[in-house]
Design a binder for this molecule. Structure first.
Ligand SMILES: NC(=O)c1ccc[n+]([C@@H]2O[C@H](COP(=O)([O-])OP(=O)(O)OC[C@H]3O[C@@H](n4cnc5c(N)ncnc54)[C@H](OP(=O)(O)O)[C@@H]3O)[C@@H](O)[C@H]2O)c1
Length: 167
């Protein structure tokens, strides 16, 4: 089984987005996201896919898998799956794509709906704690201490990179 990793940037009030966009711009976090996910499949909900700026769609150097219930949904440059379970299966199989390797670790990259479903199956959380309390309309779920152990915290200016492992 591949390792399943959730990666998210989360404000102090658990907000992750507003109007299908990120609310902040933290270059160090973008670099962190790129460094961790490079070469690995990334799995996202249809709304997060649509929120990516066209020049970053698909996210380069990674197999992009989009989850949608729409049977005919087209995501050029990405593969479409009809459930989280099928997205995980698809991403963990070899594929005739330039980015077929790296499937030993799969990244769940949002948004709210997909994070909520993936908490049950994730092995590791890579959370960027953002020192803001913005208004928003999308949230990251609570991280129950009974299930998750904080194993690393690296502080930056206005943010911290925090890793949790499933207990
Ligand atoms: N801060 C961060 O790290 C971060 C990261 C990513 C996203 N975000 C933010 O999160 C927000 C988007 O989150 P969201 O919850 O609105 O959308 P989302 O999770 O990205 O996508 C939701 C869509 O995924 C599909 N879906 C969900 N569950 C499914 C299932 N079980 N089976 C099949 N399809 C399923 C549906 O697509 P269809 O409607 O096509 O069926 C649904 O409308 C935005 O504000 C974005 O900026 C933040």
């Amino acid at each position: 089984m591949p390792e399943i990793v959730i990666i998210a940037a989360v404000a102090k009030n658990r907000v992750i987005g507003k109007d299908n966009q990120l609310i902040w711009s933290i270059p160090e976090d973008m670099a962190h996201f790129k460094a961790l996910t490079a070469g690995h499949p990334v799995i996202m909900g249809r709304k997060t896919w649509e929120s990516l700026p066209p020049r970053f769609r698909p996210l380069p150097g990674r197999r992009n898998v989009v989850i949608s219930r729409q049977a005919d949904y087209a995501a050029p440059g990405a593969e479409v799956a009809d459930s989280l379970e099928n997205a995980l299966k698809l991403a963990s199989t070899a594929a005739e794509t330039p980015h077929a390797s790296g499937a030993e670790t799969l990244f769940i990259i949002g948004g709210e709906q997909i994070y909520a479903q993936a908490m049950a199956v994730a092995d590791r959380l890579e959370i960027t704690e953002v020192e803001l309390e913005p208004a928003g309309d999308a949230w990251f779920p609570e991280i129950p201490a009974v299930n998750w152990k904080k194993t690393s915290k690296i502080e930056g200016a206005g943010y911290a990179f925090v890793t949790y492992q499933r207990q």
